[in-house]
Design a protein around this ligand. Structure first.
Ligand code: PMP
Length: 349
């Protein structure tokens, strides 16, 4: 049988996530998870939730949104909870863009924007970043119904220029989604844009800074009219009970997580310094990862030699970054192991 697959789905290669090894003997520095677990107190909520798994969860994640609202300094009506922030990106696309209409984003950025836009059957307009992978002017695209901009922006992980971002929001004819997945490791955020621009959505995630990647909790924060429309588009029960309970509890440990973010940033700076001493070029980063390259070894070779030593980093085949590896910030011990492995590889090279 020839399957009636939509053309746009058939022609989309699909998102390629980082490897999730099936064994536990790897030092995993490839998918930007938080190396530190959440504080043990947050698991106390689990028992109560487990006894209720027979019942559907709260469809609108009320407690979680109220906890998020306190942290983000907005009302909970301005928040939509998502099954990870990827869910929020998809909901925004399905709320504001008809198939055939245009979505704009940078080249390079988070590759999921392209995948979901293609699958949706929308047109893509990309805007080049400069040779340092920066946004070096406002992104002006009058035909775009939706603009995705990540700040900090992968693959480098630096925040975007605030003035260019603001002008993008001012001049946009459609909605601008500022993806702040890594913002807690950065000094810049754009929550203040919400009071000025009613076409802005900020997306946040608990995957990186709140150590809950496995629970899939994300948020869209925007004006109430935007959230009301997006709420109609989300899946009926898009967050399960455990995700809602753990997410809510994690916000109550806000101070613990602030210490974690400071620690991750400190380790990041140490890693950058050590990699430079080993002959690497490393971009500054406002995220929990760094992008690095060395003239003495090809990135693909470094990736596979590290993998042989049970250290997983991320290697992308994309031509603009195929000279680089991306390294997530681990614990101090994990980073020491990485640096030892690189030192050994360098000596035998
Ligand atoms: N945005 C960016 C820029 C990311 O790198 C990621 C992580 N893959 C996400 C969003 C998705 O995060 P989540 O786990 O919340 O879906």
């Amino acid at each position: 049988m020839i399957l009636p697959t939509r053309d746009c789905v058939f022609q989309t290669p699909g998102y390629v996530p980082g490897e999730q090894p099936q064994t536990t003997d790897f030092i995993k520095l490839n998918t930007n998870e938080n190396p530190y677990p959440p504080p043990s107190e947050i698991f106390e909520v689990l028992q109560g939730e487990l006894s209720k798994v027979r019942l559907y969860p709260d469809p609108v994640s009320t407690q979680l949104r109220k906890a998020a609202a306190r942290v983000f300094g907005v009302s909970h009506e301005q928040i939509l909870a998502g099954n990870g922030s990827d869910d929020i990106l998809n909901i925004a696309l399905r709320t504001f863009v008809n198939p055939g209409e245009t979505v704009a984003f940078l080249d390079l950025t988070y590759s999921l924007y392209e995948t979901i836009t293609r699958v949706h059957g929308a047109a893509i307009k990309t805007f080049p970043t400069n040779e340092k992978f920066e946004l070096d002017r406002p992104l002006i695209c009058p035909e775009a119904k939706l603009i995705f901009l990540a700040s900090p922006n992968p693959p480098v992980g630096q925040h975007l220029n605030r003035d260019y971002l603001e002008e993008t929001c001012q001049k946009a004819a459609g909605v601008v989604l500022i993806d702040e997945a890594y913002v807690d490791f950065s000094a810049e955020n754009h929550l203040d844009f919400l009071a000025k621009y009613d076409n802005v959505i900020i997306s946040r995630t608990m995957s990186k800074s709140y150590s809950l990647a496995g629970m899939r909790v994300g948020f869209g924060i925007a004006s109430i009219p935007i959230i009301e429309q997006m709420d109609k588009v989300r899946d009926s029960y898009n967050l399960d009970r455990l995700a809602q309970a753990l997410g809510t509890a994690a916000f109550e440990s806000y101070q613990y997580f602030q210490q974690v973010w400071a620690k991750v940033c400190q380790t990041r700076e140490r890693l950058i310094k050590s990699l430079k001493e080993l002959g690497f070029f490393v971009f500054d980063s406002d995220s929990n990862f760094v992008l690095a390259s060395a003239e003495w070894i090809a990135a693909s070779e470094l990736y596979s030699q590290l993998k042989d030593q049970k250290v997983l980093v991320r290697y992308f085949k994309h031509p603009r970054i195929s000279n680089y590896v991306r390294i997530s910030i681990g614990t101090d011990e994990e980073i020491d192991r990485l640096l030892e492995a690189i030192t050994q590889i360098k000596m035998s090279h």
